[in-house]
Design a protein around this ligand. Sequence first.
Ligand code: SF4
Length: 209
Amino acid sequence: MQESIQKLVEEGKMLPLMEEFYTIQGEGYYKGTAAYFVRIGGCDVGCHWCDVKESWDANLHPPTATNIIVDNAVKYSDVVVVTGGEPLTWDLTILTETLRSKGAKTHIETSGAYPMTGTWDWVCLSPKKVKLPHEGIYDKAHELKMIVYNKSDFKFAEEQAAKVNKDCILYLQPEWSVRDKMVPLIVDYVMNNPKWKVSLQTHKYLNIP
Ligand code: SF4
């Protein structure tokens, strides 16, 4: 990457954009809501079951001017979901300030592996065992979305739930490739522990991105 472009990326004036699309939010509290998704490349968390591994290498995704990302997004929706990759790899201050100045609600989906930047109307925190969230991020989460890949993830989910603020909504979501095996366990768990709710990747059932 050219030095001048790298500087703009470091400042958040450009971001390595992997893809952007208008769709329906499939997961969590805003499930069913039309939203514009901005997927930013770059992630070093390394979840073995990750379904967007092509996002990991930021160098594969073109540095794109943040104001162009914003202009594209607000043409479609006033709800903009920023995801990745791990979007907090980057400074998202300018992205969120510009989106909010144009009347958009800013939502983020993050593992919390890096300190929070930007101003968010909705924070979906999805902690990963291999790189735990920064301590400061738990208090900012509106929803905690724990991915359940195997039985030990219920214990990890409880450990993470003990750290979030009292208003945070708690979700258990089966990892897609093991959903047939994990859904019955999640259903039982939620009935026995009703502070949790079930989240499903409904966009995959709807066959939309
Ligand atoms: S944090 Fe997200 S993008 Fe990164 S490896 Fe894990 S699931 Fe994939």
